[in-house]
Design a protein around this ligand. Sequence first.
Ligand code: FES
Length: 159
Amino acid sequence: MEPEHILSDTETAAIREIYRHFPEKSAACIEGLKVIQQHHRWVSDQAVRELAEILDMSPAAIDSVATYYSLIFRRPVGRNVIFLCDSVSCWIMGYDQIAACVKKQLAISYGETTSDDRYTLLTIPCLGTCDHAPAMIINEDLHRDLTTENVAAILNTYG
Ligand code: FES
């Protein structure tokens, strides 16, 4: 069961400050979701309700913004979130082999998190670095020119 309030005073203050600078509610909403995610890794229903209260929006409106942005997580994720590019140039340049390596090494499939909470594996459309396909993002880091030889070492650098 979730506690009555999960946003800390610091988070609430940060979101109120954002709201002051972004009178446009949808912009404040995105930034508020980011604040929550920075502190909790993901955005729970309770967090959505609290953000809705601060921004004077409905939880449903917050939820639809959160759902629209693939980088906002509405389910728990691991400490490191891997987004493997799943678009044409990466397919041509060996996406299947890279995906197989990653899944095998982590023993998970898309949408899953390793049992030690270390990695979550997701896909993402073209990362805009097609000339260096295949590519993936881990947290905020872009990794390009992936090969079946280098991908394991890259994953291992994330604790
Ligand atoms: S298709 Fe993967 S970076 Fe463009």
